[in-house]
Design a protein around this ligand. Sequence first.
Ligand code: DGY
Length: 323
Amino acid sequence: MNKPKVIVTRRWPAEVENQLKALYDVQLNESDIPMTADELKLAMQTADALLPTVTDPITSDIIGVENRRVKVIGNFGVGYNNIDINSAKEHGVVVTNTPHVLTDCTADIAMLLLLMSARRAAEGERLILNRQWKGWGPTQLVGQKVTGKTLGLIGFGRIAQAMARKAHHGFGMKILFYVPSTPDPAIVEELQAVRCGSLEELLTEAHFVSLHCPGGAATKHLLNEQRLKLMRPSAHLINTARGDVVDSDALIKALKEHWIAGAGLDVYENEPHLNPGFLELDNVTLLPHLGSASEETRVAMGNRVLNNIAAFFARSEPEDRVV
Ligand code: DGY
């Protein structure tokens, strides 16, 4: 029997690419240059499985391309807002993602941003790199204490809970959260977490606000000018979720006019072309979407995709099926 044809849209860790080569008739992307819409359409017509990632917009035009051969899209990433899920459902294309394996690493980056923003670490490093540091001073780069403060989580899924564990057990932080669904009472108990009745209540009370909701139309600009104004002037906003959850123009205004003290961002609207206003600010820490970027996690994400498509080709249910 012929091996299924699999197309991978970006470079993956070598050990996962080697497994793909052994198992499938695979087309890798050695240049790592994101594929164009036309290239993605052609891939849909020539492969049995497409393995895209968060940088590939898999639109309804691409899914609905005529003479489509692809029957399964194995996304490399837990977030799948890059894929038009309704269109996949409509065309009977199976979509999978990679949950669980990136939970801790993404929560670590959220904690890193929280600490960097609170303690003005990026500003401090810029001072040294720009050769402007004149030595220690009692009032120099004074930030905010983290231990014992209140962390407000918007969304309370796996990554939010992992961050809450690190913050509560490691830094003695009090945990507030806001989520429309009902969370597991055992986890709420373990973290002595308090559920807020509204987003507004959480924004008003928290010293640090961290975003953990999915991206997409339902959460676009959830944090707008009006909501940012509810935050404490000493508060910091952390975003490791998706850039479009925050209105960047409003956030830039909030940071410039000091409605809030700082922000730590790993994700952006229109990534990688972030709003240039961010580059003018001192009170923002900017990372280039590093949430899952550890060797262990990236290999585990690749293996998760391999398991999902192997299940699909074996005619069983992929573990991480989204639609
Ligand atoms: C995801 O998996 O959704 C991340 O944003 C990529 O690390």
